[in-house]
Design a protein. Sequence first.
Length: 403
Amino acid sequence: MLSEHIRYNSNWQLCFYDTCSTSPGFKLAKYNPSNYTRSMEQSHLYQQIVESIRDDILSGIIKPGESLPPMRKMTEKWNCTTGTIMRAYQELAHQGLIISHVGKGTKVVDNLSGQDQSPLRKATLFNRTEAFLLEIITAGYTPDEIEQSMRTALDRWKTFSIKQEEHPSNVLRFIGSHDPSLAMIAAQYHEVNPELSLHLSFSGSLGGLIALAEKNADLAGCHLWDEATDTYNEPFVRKLLPGQKVALLTLAHRRVGLILAPGNPLGLNDLTDLAKPGIRFVNRQQGSGTRVWLDAQLHRAGINTSGIAGYQDEKMTHSEVARTISKGQAEVGLAVETAALSFGLGFKLLTTERYDLVIPADRWELESVRALKEWLDTSLAKTEINNLGGYDTTETGSVRWVS
């Protein structure tokens, strides 16, 4: 388990296992003022050598079957001891990238074609995983949080990797984030086009993109915020549908904020209030765009989720969040304003987000997709969406292409 391989404490330093251990991972060496600087320098250099050689192999600079430089040249190049080079070579051997023979030196493994590419694939995976773990550990996430999130994400991926049965050509399959307007749109869509129907399945933004990647959906609903670019959806589409031409058809911009009891009797105004004593929160499920935005904002504000009562209470839709509060089972939740209005609850605006329908190019020319696009372009569509409350339809029906 991940938590068994990562430990940290303010008096410990993070470093890698020696390659003679049973598996790659992390361990911690007790802080010692007399050798701290030297150990850190050696550990860092050893990692640099591994990464440098691995990158050269993966990029093809060093080709399968080619020999690596002898120890003497490597120690001169890196200005280090033979032991440091040996440690780097041992790690590369452990990853299946190189092999050493007595009297013949060290070579990159050859015959890396077809199934024999597994060492390269494993090394690439290890390298990316290692970088990801270092990044999020540095950001302050705990091993237990990382492991839980990774398990949930993997389970969700496995769920949507299951192929669905054949479906009629007149049925447009939607999988993705919940939005209250979609039920209305599905009904209107069928009235305008009696021979066509829109089938809705709510799984969260991430689940929708996964379904598209697995060809289990024709379009997905997505509102994933990317902190690095401060944009919605495009970075995630590029990551999960790489190399594909994809249309982002804007449904609307939505007002998102705290859903509260009418009149806000507890005086809750922002996310810092979620950690107040006596406040029960109701959350959205992991993988939803609302949850992605929330977790990023909590982390940015330095709010520990363990101090939020009800943080683990997850609901699949905005309506479920509003219903929970209306029943008095929680004091506050995060959802779209439309859900608050539907249940007669209070609302405190926190952000406005873009909700897009994500449609691969090979689905764009379907009659059912064209009919949906044409309907969203009508004034009737915008009026119907606006009547629900909490929407801005200025860009409804607009299309952006990502490739």
